[in-house]
Design a protein around this ligand. Structure first.
Ligand code: SDX
Length: 430
């Protein structure tokens, strides 16, 4: 018997269906609420509102669970690699050896971008933030591949767009960095794997033999896995709502890149390092900064702390915290901000303000420390997040299209002026 709930409005009873997920999550289906009752619901920030049914990622904020297509993030981060996880998220199952080999080959042979992309890049001043360059270059693919604008493209056409997105994102990312530092761009070296190829495009200088340290490539691969998807977060919901208008995969993901850029979302990883550096330069006075974060009159927030869903701990933060120790140890780096971050976490987790509000370190709290150890500049931290989140955005866009979901169009409650007569100040007609 399908579950229902009863809603009583002005003495009249309405029966609403309940949707039950495979992990026993419950939702009240209000698809017909306005037609039945004339009422809509209000949930600013969508804190309690489901926008879709999805089979891609499951997370449980109370118990700190994160699974991609049913596989625990801890296992995938430890045993898998980014392209295998990308295939899993996008196509729904772990690939066979042959499927992974083909996916990897297809991506490797599409890493080059059209030479005219350089003309777009040259239009950006070196002061341009790499995230703005990245979202522009990513959307420019609609110009080079106009067939992607067709919402009814055959499956092999969509596959090609997916491969091009995965293949060219690292090239766009590295080129956005080179533009930022005023260096000539590097072309992708297809003899290398995904992460080593990216690091070489980022850091190789003209006429220099650049070798990526395998410790660095491995750490980057793990970070990309940990960022790969996170159900209906701000940027993913943006990709879905843009995709729901049947916009191309490239313009939908470009919109997601821009949503991720915000300091409350993916931009937090950059702000965490800025915050930790400020505390270090302020003599490491952690109590002072904790007090600022708690002060309602102070706009300062503890960046990298708190989460809309995780109210116990962010499993990714735990993995990244351990990885930060490992990577800095292997690279022989003693970064004072790591110690400040660890002390900050320790003090905050004992402070009633944070405990009562269930504020814990999130994915962004330690990731910046690893990026810095890998030599990634701060302005590129959110670009790294976008590179990791790309397969998740692709998977969610593909699922939305496969389910033929309607165009997203929320309602509102109007609070403006009632009807007013229009009186012209002066006659409009000369
Ligand atoms: C990501 O959604 C996702 O899945 C996102 C993400 C992903 O993988 O896609 O996980 C990636 O975006 C991680 C979050 C990165 N952002 C930050 O680290 C920025 C700092 N954190 C916050 O601004 C905040 O915690 C949010 C934005 C993450 C969540 O905000 P909510 O859920 O809207 O909570 P809120 O702003 O309503 O805060 C609830 C209370 C408030 O205090 P009261 O009004 O109850 O007194 O907690 C306080 C807030 O002032 N609060 C903080 C705080 N975060 C919340 N106070 C100090 N420092 C903080 N970091």
């Amino acid at each position: 018997m399908a579950k229902t709930v009863e809603l009583i409005i002005e003495g009249k009873s309405y029966t609403l269906p309940v949707i039950e997920g495979s992990e026993n999550e419950m939702a009240i289906d209000i698809s017909d609420l306005r037609d039945q009752t004339g009422y809509i619901t209000m949930d600013i920030g969508y804190k309690n509102t489901g926008s879709t049914k999805s089979a891609i990622t499951f997370l449980d904020g109370e118990t700190g669970i994160l699974r991609y297509r049913g596989y625990a993030i801890e296992e995938l981060a430890e045993k898998s690699n980014f392209l295998e996880v990308s295939y899993l998220l996008i196509f729904g199952e772990l690939p066979t050896q042959e499927q992974l080999a083909k996916f990897t080959h297809d991506i490797t042979t599409h890493t080059l971008v059209h030479e005219d992309v350089k003309k777009i890049l040259d239009g950006f001043p070196s002061s341009a933030h790499p995230m703005g360059v990245l979202s522009s270059l990513f959307c420019a693919q609609t110009a080079f591949y106009p067939e992607s604008l067709n919402p009814n493209r055959p499956a092999d056409g969509v596959y090609l767009s997916i491969v091009r997105s995965m293949a060219k994102m690292p090239t766009f990312a590295a080129w956005s960095y080179k533009n930022n530092v005023g260096h000539p761009v590097n072309y992708p070296d297809n003899k290398l794997d995904y992460c080593a190829r990216f690091m070489k495009m980022m850091f190789a200088l003209p006429a220099e033999d650049y070798e990526t340290d395998p410790v660095i490539a491995d750490a980057l691969d793990k970070l990309l896995i940990l960022h790969a998807d996170h159900e209906q977060n701000c940027s993913t919901s943006t990709v879905r709502i843009v995709g729901s208008s049947k916009a191309s995969i490239y313009s939908s993901i470009s919109a997601g890149i821009n949503a991720l850029w915000g300091p409350l979302h993916g931009g937090a990883n950059q702000e965490v390092i800025v915050m930790l550096e400020a505390i270090k330069n302020d003599g490491g006075n952690i109590d002072k900064w904790i007090a600022k974060a708690k002060d309602k009159n102070d706009p300062f927030r503890l960046m990298g702390f708190g989460h809309r869903v995780y109210k116990n701990f962010d499993p990714r933060a735990k993995i990244i915290k351990k990885a930060a120790d490992d990577v800095l140890g292997k690279l022989g780096i003693n970064d004072p901000v790591l110690e400040i971050a660890q002390k900050l976490e320790e003090i905050a987790l004992k402070d009633p303000y944070f405990v009562e509000r269930k504020l814990y370190p999130n994915v962004d709290f330690y990731s910046g420390i690893i990026y810095r150890a890998l030599g990634i500049p701060v302005d590129m931290f959110t670009v790294m997040f976008a590179m990791g989140r790309l397969p998740g955005w692709i998977a969610q866009w593909r699922e939305l299209r496969a389910n033929n979901e309607p165009i997203g169009r929320p309602r509102q409650i109007y609070t403006g002026s009632k009807l007013k007569p229009y009186t012209a100040i002066a006659s409009r007609k000369a």
